[in-house]
Design a protein around this ligand. Structure first.
Ligand code: GAP
Length: 513
């Protein structure tokens, strides 16, 4: 089996080869951690965004959407705490001159310990066969328990040092663990320093009158500053939510792992405004709801886990990540944060405007608490894309590369293929394209033998291929080939639309939530 690094390289090259993701400004040698979405990528991204929007806004009558500007008044970021506290601890290796996030170096070390646990599990599963009880093994095997205790201990200490801003201890931890620079292999580290992640820019024509601005590092603040506008104009009653998708910008130090950590990315966030004191209940509810949303896509239950935060951000009283098994291991995909009244309270203070809700049941006004769900659209893209990419051994000793993107998210739903380029078959195929294009994205393809065209559509992730052959001319039937099973059915041309609709319609997928 290919190792993690090879699989990840395959994901990146496949994304480029099939028009999903390109390096930004590639002809000028690219821009680090900035990416462009190609003709198929833009469709997949749009479908993921829509799947989120329908689940959050359309299906919840107490959640509405907004689209706030990327530029915001600079005081926003003072009030939100980003000017003072949106920092990453960084460390340089004196030999390679490379810069790293100190916490990521430690977390990568822990990931290696966790990989050892997975290896033990795999070995034991092989040894014990069907009688293997994974849970029991994890809870009783001495070697696994030892690894787990080590990993937990390291993360706990890291969390504590970061919370206490004890950067000297973070460095001490790196040294004690014997972590080496991946480039130079040396342990010659500088001290750990804080680095603010916001990008600055200027608004205004002349140097003296220009105002210093930041590119927003999260979309959430656009929701907080509009809380009262939406509440009043929408006559919203607590609990209610405001959702938004849009670009965010962070000057990430560790800008690797493809679209996992980008400097310009897109978030899909929802702030749920609640009565103070109910935050625990809503925290649990939204953790469950969001996990269900993920599971509805069928990427595999084993690919998700929760990670409860030891170190809480400056605004939170509880926080958890939904982690996904990316090609480089389990990593954060989405955050669920109980943000208390920190943001609204702080904006009240800095703006001198009341940001309160009059609760008719309580007959009093208060600053609502907030429960936030925040997911990176690009990260979700990577989760879908990387888990979809598979190499399959076929019966005739050949392999096929197939991108098993959930049909509801696939960029193109069907390819229409005339078996031959003559005998009137292309004309019939074009007619089918003309019919279906009103319903969903379809493509026409007549180049190469039909087997090669199937492979091409498998690799690009098209869930259905509709083939027009000579029998079509006689009885108005076509074959419909299913990407995942490669099964082919002969159906009436008139039935094609319904067969595809049933499998790509968001309603059928969202009903699983
Ligand atoms: N408003 C809360 C907030 O922004 P966060 O944990 O910093 O919380 C939320 O970010 C989500 O945004 C993450 O779970 C991740 O999916 C995505 N995200 C954060 N930084 C990112 C980056 N540099 N590149 C891509 N996605 C990122």
């Amino acid at each position: 089996m290919a190792n993690q690094e090879d699989i990840f390289k395959k994901v990146i090259s496949h994304a480029k080869e099939y028009g999903y993701i390109f390096q930004s400004s590639e002809i000028y040698d690219g821009l680090s951690a900035v990416y462009d979405y190609g003709q198929n990528g833009v469709e997949l991204k749009k479908n993921i965004r829509e799947y989120w929007w329908q689940a959050m806004v359309q299906l919840n009558d107490n959640i509405v959407g907004i689209d706030a500007a990327i530029f915001m008044h600079p005081t926003t970021w003072k009030a939100s705490g980003h000017v003072d506290a949106f920092n990453d601890p960084l460390i340089d290796n004196k030999d390679s001159k490379k810069r790293y996030r100190a916490d990521v170096l430690v977390e990568d070390h822990v990931a290696k310990i966790e990989a050892k646990i997975e290896k033990e599990v795999k070995k034991a599963a092989k040894r014990f066969g069907d009688s293997f009880d994974k849970q029991q093994f994890l809870e009783t095997n001495p070697r696994v328990l030892d690894y787990q205790a080590k990993a937990d201990g390291i993360l706990k200490r890291l969390g504590k040092s970061l919370e206490n801003e004890d950067l000297a201890d973070v460095k001490a931890l790196i040294e004690e663990l014997g972590i080496v620079c991946p480039v130079s292999g040396s342990k010659n580290w500088t001290d750990v320093k804080q680095f603010n992640l916001m990008f600055g820019t200027k608004l205004g024509a002349t140097a003296d009158s220009a105002m210093d601005l930041y590119l927003r590092p999260e979309t959430a603040q656009g929701i907080f500053v509009n809380f009262l506008n939406v509440q009043k104009t929408g006559r919203m009653k607590i609990p209610f939510g405001i959702a938004q998708t849009g670009k965010a910008f962070r000057n990430e130090i560790v800008a690797r792992q493809f679209i996992f950590r980008m400097r310009e990315f897109e978030q899909m966030e929802m702030q749920y405004f609640i009565k103070p004191g109910t935050q625990k209940e809503w925290y649990d509810t939204w953790k469950e709801k969001r996990l269900k949303w993920h599971l509805s896509l069928g990427l595999g239950q084993d690919n998700y886990r929760f990670h409860d935060h030891e170190k809480l951000a400056h605004y939170a009283d509880a926080a958890a990540d939904i982690e996904f098994r990316f090609p480089f291991g389990f990593k954060e995909l989405e955050g669920i944060h109980s943000r208390t009244d920190f943001d609204l309270g702080s904006h009240e203070k800095y703006s001198n405007k009341k940001l309160q809700y009059f609760d008719p049941e309580e007959n009093k006004s208060y600053v609502p608490y907030v429960l936030e769900t925040s997911i990176g659209l690009d990260r979700m893209f990577l989760a879908v894309f990387s888990s979809a990419l598979q190499e399959e051994e076929l019966e005739n000793n050949t392999t096929r590369t197939v991108l098993k993107i959930p049909a509801v998210l696939a960029p193109t739903k069907a390819a229409i293929l005339p078996l031959l380029k003559r005998d009137g078959l292309p004309e019939v195929a074009h007619k089918i394209v003309e019919e279906l294009k009103w319903e969903f994205n379809v493509v026409y393809d007549e180049k190469d033998a039909v087997g090669r065209r199937y492979r091409r559509q498998d690799a690009v992730g098209t869930p259905f291929c509709i083939t027009v052959d000579h029998q079509t001319l006689e009885d108005e039937t076509v074959t419909i080939r299913h990407r995942d099973t490669m099964e082919q059915q002969r159906v009436k041309v008139d039935a094609v639309k319904d067969i595809i609709s049933k499998e790509v319609d968001m309603r059928y997928w969202l009903q699983r939530i």
